[in-house]
Design a protein around this ligand. Structure first.
Ligand code: NAP
Length: 453
């Protein structure tokens, strides 16, 4: 049995029976049958169904936002935004999939030569709880539009969201089992990866899960896309517009209760700006309203699970023991929910938990550096490489420094966002492969060369 728990009260919501291995086999066989017709279905028809999925999402926005608030504590207004973003993604790939995947002629000495993009078959999507709808749609929409089938293994604490997503594709009229959910614990993922009908795997999750999935997929030579954790550095230089920097930094740190892979996590500030930044940052963090995620006006709900909240608090306590100083928060509220307050640590230095580990919650690490050279060194001194940002009034300087940062993206004078038009992904311990944009739809296709003499 899988069980969902409301993190704002600790109360059980619902039990879900696990999918038996024999049922998994049936689901995969059905998905394979649907794949054979779907791969030959014209883009126009695929696009029609995908737009329908977007329409259903918009019609049920409130219901799905409430479901996420209940299962993992996301404030209701953020949940509504997440559903709208999923719907917009359906429209985007419905409009552009065909042009992204049309045959590409290549001039050679042959009569005709070109690249064509064939679907692979059934793709396994192993997904996290932090954006229960967006992460799944981000993977599934381009993968389906490319002509594949998708089997979802969602995080165990968001079973209701998994079923809701499956029902969106069903109601939209996609072929039966083309998108299917399975309720299996993480130990059973190896069985799925090794199943002969699974062609490739996409994981969004922690570095530990990434290593395990990469090892299992490597054993059977199957392709993997890994979207893993991050500890995004935000560099604030002496010529930055401080008001803008503080606003963007706090917004990025606090989105989704700080439980985002691309949240700002380490704030690397040059010495001349440090004191002012620290004061403004703390004042702004204090404005965050913590409370029941179902109430409008709440910025910060509970964290998604009690064990995750306790783990975050242990990282804060360890960092303080290692010499960091607490400017705000840092206390577990006396509440049944998995709440954790906005927290600011300063004087964070190399070797501390808050410097080298991912803090997946509303905890900011402020790091003082001498100059831009040291800022880049500190920014790159991490096992991760997902997002990064630079705040500076000198755009040429910032652009030059963007090339020095070891990350999948660098945003200048703004916070890092996933944008469906742009490729998204990381390097180093943050994984490999890309989602979104043209790059995302080309991950699970066979780039086939055709040469006609
Ligand atoms: P997680 O514990 O790794 O879980 C993610 C998914 O992987 C869940 O479905 C989980 O199933 C499964 N899983 C866990 N361990 C596994 C294993 N050893 N083998 C196979 N499957 C396994 O991560 P999370 O706590 O849900 O999510 C937070 C992490 O995801 C953070 O590190 C965050 O930065 C990262 N993330 C990255 C991105 C990105 O785009 N780069 C986006 C969002 C989140 P169970 O729930 O059943 O354990």
């Amino acid at each position: 049995m899988m069980q969902t728990i409301d993190p704002s009260t600790g109360k059980k919501i619902k039990f879900y029976p696990q999918t038996k291995i024999s049922q998994v086999d049936d689901i995969l066989n059905n998905a394979q049958k649907s794949f054979h017709t779907w791969r030959l279905t014209p883009f126009k028809e695929r696009a029609f169904l995908m737009k329908e999925a977007g329409r259903i999402l918009r019609a049920k926005e409130k219901q799905y936002a409430e479901l996420m608030a209940q299962e993992m504590g996301k404030p209701i207004f953020q949940g509504k935004g997440e559903i709208e973003k999923c719907a917009a993604l359906c429209d985007f790939y419905a409009d552009y999939a065909e042009s992204f995947l049309c045959d590409r002629p290549i001039k050679t000495e042959a009569h005709k030569s070109f690249i064509t993009y064939d679907p692979l078959g059934i793709i396994l999507a192993v997904m996290p709880w932090n954006f229960p709808f967006w992460q799944v749609f981000r993977c599934a929409v381009p993968t389906l539009m490319a002509g594949n089938a998708v089997v979802l293994k969602h995080a165990s604490n968001v079973c209701g969201s998994a079923l809701a997503i499956e029902s969106v594709f069903k109601e939209a009229g996609f072929p039966s089992a083309l998108f299917s959910n399975v309720f299996v614990p993480s130990e059973k993922v190896k069985y799925l990866i090794e199943h002969p009908l699974i062609q490739a795997v996409s994981l969004t999750g922690s570095t530990g899960a990434g290593k395990s999935i990469a090892i299992n997929a490597g054993g059977v030579l199957k392709k993997v896309v890994l979207e893993l954790g991050g500890s995004d550095p935000y560099i604030i230089l002496e010529d930055a517009d401080l008001q803008n920097a503080v606003t963007k930094c706090v917004e990025s740190r606090m989105i989704n209760g700080g439980q985002s892979c691309i949240s700002a996590k380490r704030f690397i500030v040059v010495a001349s700006q440090f004191k002012k930044f620290e004061e403004k940052f703390v004042s702004r963090m204090q404005l965050q309203r913590m409370g029941n995620p179902l109430y409008e006006g709440v910025d910060l709900g509970p964290l998604a699970r009690h064990d995750l909240r306790d783990g975050l608090h242990a990282q804060v306590k360890m960092s303080l023991k290692q010499g960091a100083r607490l400017l705000l928060g840092g206390q577990v509220p006396k509440d049944k929910g998995a709440y954790y307050p906005p927290t600011v640590l300063t004087h964070v230095r190399a070797g501390m938990s808050a410097y080298k580990e991912e803090l997946f919650g509303p905890v900011a690490s402020l790091i003082k550096v001498r100059d831009e050279k040291q800022a880049i060194e500190v920014a790159n001194d991490t096992v991760f490489g997902l997002g990064s940002a630079i705040f500076s009034g000198d755009l040429e300087r910032a652009e030059r420094l963007a090339h020095e940062l070891q990350a999948g993206c660098c945003f200048i004078n703004d916070f890092v966002k996933s944008d469906m038009r742009l490729p998204f992904g990381g390097i180093k311990g943050s994984g490999y492969g890309r989602e979104l944009g043209e790059a995302g739809i080309k991950e699970f296709v066979n780039m086939k060369t055709v040469y006609i003499k």
